[in-house]
Write a protein that binds this ligand. Structure first.
Ligand code: GRF
Length: 194
């Protein structure tokens, strides 16, 4: 199976996915693309021998469709079976999502359906939640809303800040995403709870 990964920044989730595929051989990373030219993950992916592409979304202003038309060029050329969003911070249009529906995954740093969107850790702290976590789900045209493929939970500590909670959740993201991708590639659609 051919896996393309979209990132926007450090790409720590992308790195875990690439390392997992290269170690276990169940799939091949065929492209890592970013909307941000300064994404550190692009250099890391290149060092791991993965083809990369950068499409700077700022060159397209508010024209989301034009940005996506440009992003589609390397993405379709890579002919991925699965597209993984990993720390990808651009909202994709329904038209773009529909091209990959049923084979596009995303990792979101909350226990969906709680806290779709941004600032998830701050919101969990403000709500006084005893636990938090992350979710891997299939991407559908509605933001952070598709079928859940896996979740991992962490306790919230009384003295947690958004940063300390984010760091604890990120460790679980790095466990969850590779495990869910392996299952997804094998055809398993039942959810994994870590
Ligand atoms: C992580 O907090 C992840 O939950 C969110 O983007 C952040 C950065 O991820 N999706 P990464 O290190 O770029 O994979």
């Amino acid at each position: 199976k051919r896996i393309a990964i979209l990132i926007s920044g450090g790409g720590s989730n992308m790195l875990r996915l690439v390392e997992d595929m290269q170690t276990l051989g169940y799939a091949a990373p065929v492209l890592v693309a970013s909307n941000d030219p300064s994404a550190a993950g692009i250099a890391h992916a290149g060092r791991l021998g993965v083809p990369t592409a950068v499409i700077d979304h700022r060159l397209f202003g508010k024209d989301r469709a034009a940005f996506e038309a440009e992003l589609l060029k390397p993405l379709l050329a890579a002919a991925p079976d699965v597209v993984c969003l990993a720390g990808f911070m651009r909202v994709l249009t329904p038209d773009f999502v529909r091209r990959f529906e049923g084979r596009m995954l995303n990792i979101h740093p909350s226990l969906l359906p709680k806290y779709p969107g941004l600032h998830t850790h701050q919101r969990a702290l403000e709500a006084g939640d005893p636990e938090a976590g992350c979710t891997v789900h299939e991407v559908t045209p509605v933001l952070d809303d598709g079928p859940i493929l896996g979740q991992a939970r962490v306790p919230v500590a009384p003295d947690d800040s958004a940063e300390s909670l984010a760091a604890r959740v990120l460790v679980q993201e790095h466990r969850l995403y590779p495990a869910v991708l392996r299952r997804f590639v094998a055809g398993t659609r039942t959810r994994l709870d870590l």
